[in-house]
Design a binder for this molecule. Structure first.
Ligand code: CTP
Length: 384
């Protein structure tokens, strides 16, 4: 049982928050609904008061600040902007400002509003402060438009709330190092060889580790998503820099190598920009050194090492099993790159967790959910 504050802002998705309130109450939590004045133009406070069997507060009370978790669903573009700038003009925005526990938010808005630079900047601010965003999802919106902006389903938000509550202190006192993104290997002063990794999986893992109480370092190679808040961020754009930064912190209790590290780099990158010629440009690629294998070679007793294997189909899965032993790792997360709908540069993933004791297939889910499953496995390995 936990004390959950449920913030509801104005938007057509507000009606879906009633289902979220019902799921939370059914799970035994004490739910306090907090509606913004705009939310009340979409749905009555009475609906939530009946579901939660408690009144929506009209003022900021001390007990609001001592709850276990605050979830805002839906989070409108307007309240998102207010939160980004620390406004406190109603009970909900006041509560968010006064509360220092875990905050989850499920944005819902028109796809163009979601894509606007102002919203992007506000979202990045919230993430930096450690607010966990659930969604928004892609789909048809109330106005009949298609795009990213639809609030995640109540079941999905509920699952994330439960995950945060259940796992609060599991990694307290542990140092977790996560590498994320894709390295870029210079060809000349302006060109590089890179890969399609967005860093989303690694960022989700770093965020999840932090939510479980770990002290987290994120070694980041060219992220195309905003980094999470309250983690130490170490930029490492190339394989060589990533190797240096990770190995310098090889004493971490857990190392998760989610980064797509280049296996080869141009042997002789030019310091100048290469001018255009009529003849072909022949580039020799030299192998980089394998960071995970190096960690495996000098691992210490009790340390947990996690690697990823991006490969194709069943033969790829067999190679992932081999990688577990070859890189002396405790867990290899296999994802099938022959599929376009998951993995690289996608918001969802479907993976197989390969350990020495067995395998577990995780069905297709948002990367944040996959991160929860991976960290569940890590917690088991840490406390073994
Ligand atoms: N890795 C690493 N250092 C490298 C390359 C990869 O630490 N120079 C890590 C990645 O972060 C990932 C795992 O090793 O955790 C992936 O292993 P890799 O052997 O590169 O596998 P794939 O790229 O999936 O496949 P392949 O063996 O075909 O290269």
């Amino acid at each position: 049982m936990a004390r959950v504050l449920l913030g509801i802002t104005g938007g057509i998705a507000a009606y879906k928050a009633a289902e979220l309130a019902r799921l939370l109450v059914k799970a035994g939590h004490e739910v306090t609904p907090i509606l913004t004045p705009e939310a009340e133009t979409f749905i009555a406070a009475k609906t939530f008061e009946a579901l939660a069997r408690r009144e929506a507060p009209r003022e900021l009370y001390p007990h609001l600040v001592h709850a276990d978790l605050l979830a805002v669903a839906p989070l409108s573009a307007n309240t998102l902007a207010k939160l980004a700038h620390g406004l406190a003009d109603n009970v909900l925005t006041q509560t968010v400002l006064a509360f220092d526990g875990p905050v989850l938010a499920a944005p819902a808005m028109n796809p163009r509003m979601w894509a606007h630079r102002a919203t992007r900047e506000n979202v990045a601010k919230l993430r930096e402060r450690g607010i966990v965003l659930v969604g928004p999802d892609e789909g048809e919106l109330a106005e009949g438009e298609w795009g990213v902006g639809r609030m995640s389903e109540p079941e999905e938000i509920f699952a994330r709330v439960e995950a945060v509550l259940a796992r609060r202190d599991q990694l307290a006192g542990r140092r977790v190092l996560v590498s994320a993104g894709g390295t870029r290997e210079p060809l000349d002063a302006v060109r590089f060889l890179g890969n399609r990794s967005s860093g989303r999986m690694g960022v989700a893992l770093a965020e999840e580790a932090r939510l479980r109480g770990a002290e987290v370092t994120l070694v980041a190679a060219n992220l195309s998503v905003p980094p999470p808040g309250r983690v130490e961020l170490v930029p490492a754009p190339t394989a060589a820099e990533l190797e240096r930064e990770v190995l310098a912190r090889a004493d971490a209790d857990v190392v998760v190598m989610a980064a797509a590290v280049a296996d080869y780099r141009p042997a002789e990158p030019s310091a100048e920009k290469r001018p255009k010629h009529a003849e072909p440009w022949v580039v020799t690629l030299e192998p980089t050194s394998d960071v995970l294998a190096q960690l495996g070679a000098k691992r210490w007793h009790g340390q947990v090492l996690v690697g990823f294997a991006a490969d194709r189909g069943e033969t790829g899965l067999a190679r992932a099993r081999e990688k577990l032993a070859a890189k002396k790792s405790d867990l290899i997360v296999f994802n099938d790159v022959s599929r376009e709908d998951i993995g690289f540069d996608a918001s969802e993933n479907e993976v197989v967790l390969v350990t020495a004791t067995g395998e577990r297939r995780i069905p297709k889910a948002p990367k944040e959910r996959i991160a929860t499953e991976i960290l569940d496995e890590v917690v088991k390995l840490v406390t073994k």
